[in-house]
Design a protein. Structure first.
Length: 119
């Protein structure tokens, strides 16, 4: 699954770069959408991201492309690879700036783990 986000001034930290917490929020949200589309009806919660390393700075006006693919599925959990690319709209050059694995667990109505449906 792919998604795009325009980085706006309100997403910046006090140094003028993208605040890392915003990027993590977007990665989590887009990966959750991918999981929810792959497994309709599941109530997913995030249980982890394996690595958080910001490779390149991002300024306001950048367009980010989020690429999310299912990596592994267990009995009640599923893991996705999320990669974020920064597009330079003036040169057309795209560069990977962040990647991580995002893991989710499927919960029942009482908050207990629930097996994933076939997907």
């Amino acid at each position: 699954m792919e998604n795009f986000k325009l980085v706006l001034p309100e997403h910046m930290n006090h140094y003028g770069y993208l605040f890392g917490g915003n990027l993590l929020k977007w990665v989590d949200e887009i990966a959750w959408i991918a999981a929810s589309r792959d497994y309709p009806g599941c109530k997913f919660v995030t249980i982890g991201m394996d690595r958080v390393e910001f490779r390149r700075p991002v300024r306001a006006g950048a367009i980010l492309r989020f690429s999310v693919q299912r990596d592994q599925a267990g009995n009640s959990s599923v893991r996705y690879i999320a990669t974020v690319y920064r597009d330079d709209i003036e040169t057309g050059v795209e560069e990977a700036i962040f990647s991580t694995h995002v893991s989710f667990v499927c919960l029942d109505d009482k908050g207990g783990k629930q097996p994933l449906p076939p997907g």
